[in-house]
Design a protein around this ligand. Structure first.
Ligand SMILES: *Cc1c(COP(=O)(O)O)cnc(C)c1O
Length: 404
């Protein structure tokens, strides 16, 4: 048996393994150091009580012969799909059909699996820096060429940096698929409708598809779209991945959903239009058996008035941390981006590369962050701090950075 040769081309999960290695080495040398981790990409606050209550009640239903549940509907229970459409879309003027929404166990799952619908030679573009999942999933499928000097030879990188205000421009050449993530991980920046429109226009002109990851949309407080479908024409060209992970603290509970409008089409073997919606149904029917009933009940409770208010409180907590990081670093003279509509602050490293800054923060402030270089070539010279730690520890970390 020959293994998939594409795996050998992967650079490996160098970033977090290397961070862990350096942290471990430092702790061995300096066991008394009290490290503060502002590199966390995971929620830390407890779940909303209304959400957990719904999960418990649903679990109790499984105890009775009249209300037990086996396999659920393939693409999600009605009560959850209806709530998603009403709350996340209809309320913002976006109409969706019931079978355009697919409930799943994660936006990582969906954003990495969606590439199964694309031809083996589909040309891919990503914003740079980028959430590595979009890149690695296409690399495993053999679409990206080889990894040389920190770049894939057959991947189109759309740089996002201070010079362009973190507003990417559509590719100069033809591509078939563009991955966008807003609010962005890692930069914490957002795009307005006007800044997204050129991507929709590009996709229409090039017969391309946009994969839009809106995992952080619950953090939006500014006047930017929560969904790409708020941009005119996007329903013809875009797929949208959403998640309860960051909205409601479901990183451990697991529930997400993707939207694939019927109008989004690719070309079949005879050049005929093929609905990606139909292909995804076929694919999910074969490879997925749904999210558990208690978890879908818990997810639906996120949209209840009480559940929503409780989830918003937690998001406000993280946003307060992000604001604190932003204002404190700005006062110290750092140049910072993001952190307004996202739990991430992206700062320019004052001197040297992002790994040098990582080492300085670790050794002098005992604070752990994430070097920008780990997110792609345009991440070099930048550094990510996250708002997921406690208010107290975030404050303490900022005091230590100030002493540097
Ligand atoms: C955290 C995160 C997700 C959420 O993934 P789940 O699998 O739903 O937990 C999706 N996209 C990005 C960019 C993320 O950072």
């Amino acid at each position: 048996m020959n293994v998939n040769p594409n795996f050998e081309k992967l650079p490996g999960s160098y970033l977090f393994a290397e961070i862990a290695r350096r942290v471990k080495a430092f702790q061995a040398e300096t066991p008394e150091a009290n490290l503060i981790k502002l590199g966390i990409g995971d929620v830390t606050r407890p779940l909303a009580p209304a959400v957990v209550e719904a999960m418990k009640q649903a679990a109790d239903e499984l105890l009775s012969i009249d209300t037990m549940r086996g396999y659920g509907p393939d693409f999600g229970y009605d009560f959850l799909v209806d709530a998603i459409i009403a709350h996340d879309y209809a309320a913002r003027g976006v109409t969706l059909e019931f079978d355009e929404v697919f409930v799943s166990d994660g936006a990582k799952t969906d954003s990495s699996s969606i590439q199964e619908l694309f031809a083996a030679d589909a040309k891919i573009a990503v914003t740079d820096p980028v959430y590595p999942v979009y890149v690695d999933s296409n690399a495993m499928a053999g679409r990206l060429g080889t990894f040389q000097d920190g770049r894939w030879t057959n991947l189109v990188y759309l740089p996002c940096n201070a010079e362009n205000g973190f507003v990417p421009v559509p590719p100069a050449e033809h591509v078939d698929v563009i991955y966008l993530c807003y609010p962005n991980n890692p930069t914490g920046t957002t795009l307005t409708k006007e800044q997204l429109k050129p991507f929709v226009d590009y996709a229409k002109a090039h017969d391309a598809v946009i994969v839009y990851d809106a995992a952080y949309k619950a953090f939006i407080r500014s006047d930017v779209p929560l969904s790409i479908y708020e941009v005119e024409g996007a329903k013809d060209v875009a797929i949208e991945c959403n998640s309860f992970s960051k909205t409601a603290g479901f990183t451990g509970v697991r529930c997400a959903y993707s939207v694939i409008p019927h109008a989004v089409k690719g070309r079949g073997g005879a050049g005929q239009p093929v609905e990606l919606n139909a292909m995804w149904k076929r694919r999910m029917g074969t490879k997925f058996n749904g999210v558990s009933y208690p978890v879908q009940r818990a997810a639906a409770a996120v949209f209840s008035p009480v559940g929503w208010a409780q989830c918003q409180e937690t998001i406000e907590y993280y946003l307060r941390n992000a604001h604190l990081i932003r204002t404190a670093l700005t006062a110290m003279g750092y140049t910072v981006f993001g952190g307004v509509d996202a739990p991430y602050v992206w700062l320019k490293t004052p001197a040297g590369d992002s790994w040098a800054f990582f080492d300085e923060l670790l050794h002098s402030a005992h604070v752990v962050g994430t070097p920008g270089a780990g997110f792609g070539p345009s991440g070099e010279g930048y550094f990510r701090l996250t708002a997921f730690n406690t208010l107290e520890k975030t404050q303490e970390a900022l005091n230590r950075i100030k002493e540097l």
